[in-house]
Every structure is written in structure tokens, then in C-alpha cells.
Design a protein around this ligand. Sequence first.
Ligand SMILES: Nc1ncnc2c1ncn2[C@@H]1O[C@H](COP(=O)(O)OP(=O)(O)O)[C@@H](O)[C@H]1O
Ligand SMILES: [Mg+2]
Length: 249
Amino acid sequence: MLEIDRLSKRFSGLVAVDDVSMRVSEGSITGLIGPNGAGKTTLFAMTSGFLPVDAGNVRFEGATVTSMPPHDRTRLGMVRTFQIVQPFAGLSVRENIAVGAYLRTPDRVDALAEAETVGNRLGLGPMLDLAASSLTVAGRKRLELARALATRPRLLLLDEVLAGLNPTEIRDILPVIRSIRDDGVTIFMIEHIMQAVMNLCETVYVLNEGKLIAEGAPAIVCSERPVIEAYLGQGAAARLQAEGGQPHA
Ligand SMILES: Nc1ncnc2c1ncn2[C@@H]1O[C@H](COP(=O)(O)OP(=O)(O)O)[C@@H](O)[C@H]1O
Ligand SMILES: [Mg+2]
């Protein structure tokens, strides 16, 4: 469904993404992991059209979209969430979600109805009429997901949607992510929390210093020496062992 072909991006002296290729197959939950500064967000920004590529191509459902603006990609069915969630503070939760729905309908009533449906689905029902600025971090993450879903995507790019959540909040949102996929939305997710990756992803790609260093089933990839070494400075090897995460059916 998504083909990332030899993408590169340089910021002055720094090669943030270096000749990286990845595939996301339809119906999958595919992970993208790697230490801070590995180039994950930069790769997503190029994939979704927020940042021009220096080299390489992005294909979505067979169409080359490398130079297409983000909103046109979203119209085709590819949408991303942002690592730093910034809702429109002056708008209600319902209106924030409707911002996504307006991509599919110019009608305010339709957009607000869609927002309500999606909001309920993501557990935001009781908060729909509150100001978005009153949401907790976990609420904002759900809002960000809802706004993306309201565009009716076929491919959802999630940038650390679990970051900043406590273990209970993570446990609560994992089934939500899985159910989105079960409803036919392919998911490509950047995630730091190994347990979540192990739980959700069938395939995972690992970036380090801009380069793809491993790919495959999470349990196998995370036991590979280059991957453990890439994380060692951040203590991820120990974390992995402590979590003892196992893939779930
Ligand atoms: N707009 C930018 N200008 C200059 N350097 C950037 C920019 N965006 C990211 N970088 C650098 O590129 C590298 C990769 O960043 P990023 O893609 O955000 O990594 P990750 O999401 O894996 O933590 C980092 O060294 C970061 O400082
Ligand atoms: Mg990032």
C-alpha cells in the first residue's frame, strides 16, 4: 500500500534520513522504531508531504505522491498525526474533530455529525462539548487520532501517539488502535514503547542515525545486536528484558 523508496533528507551537515526504503502492506500495523534523533519523524514528514525529499520516491496505492502536498495525500487516504499535539485551543473537542471531517464534506452539520461518531468511538463522547484546551495529555492524543480518523483514511501514520501516557492509559488505547486496523485502516506507527510495538506490530523497521538497520518481526528484530546496540545508550536493552514483551495474536 505504501512504498518508501530510497528516501534521503539532509539538514545542512546532518544526513537525517539516508537512502531508506520501506514497505507497508495493506491491513498491517507496521512499526517504525529507533533512538531519539534517528530520523523517524523526518521520514514521516517526507512520506506525508510536509517536508520535500532530497532524493527518493513515495508511492501510495501504486501512485507516485512524492511531490504532492499533504492535503492532496490526505484526500487520497493517507493522513498523519503529529508528535506534538496542538489542538485548536479555542474550539471544542467536537469542532476540532470536525476539522478532519471537512476534508470529506463542506457541510457543517455533516462534519459535526461525523465528528461525534468518531469522537464516541475513541472514548471522547463525554468531552465533545468541552474546550480542547481542557483535555489531558491522553485526551489530546485521542483527539489527534480522532481528527485524523475523521478524514476517513486508508493509511494512518501515527507519530508517537502513546508518548506521555501512563501505563493504564496505554493499556486502554492499544485496543483502540487495533480496532482501527480491524476496521480496514492500515497503520504505520512510530513508537518508543517497546511493549506496544511488540503487542501491535507484525513488522517493524528500525532506524538509527538516518539509516535502516533492521526490519522484520518485532520479537526477532529487537533481539538483533545492531538494534540493541543502537538503543544501549538509552537503556532499551534492559527495558526490553524487563518488559519481556511477547507478540499477541
Ligand atoms: N527542520 C530541521 N532542521 C534541522 N535539523 C533537523 C530538522 N528536523 C530534524 N532535524 C534533525 O534531524 C535528526 C532526525 O530528527 P527526527 O526525524 O525528528 O528524529 P526522531 O523522530 O527519530 O527522533 C535529528 O538530529 C534532528 O535534530
Ligand atoms: Mg520524532
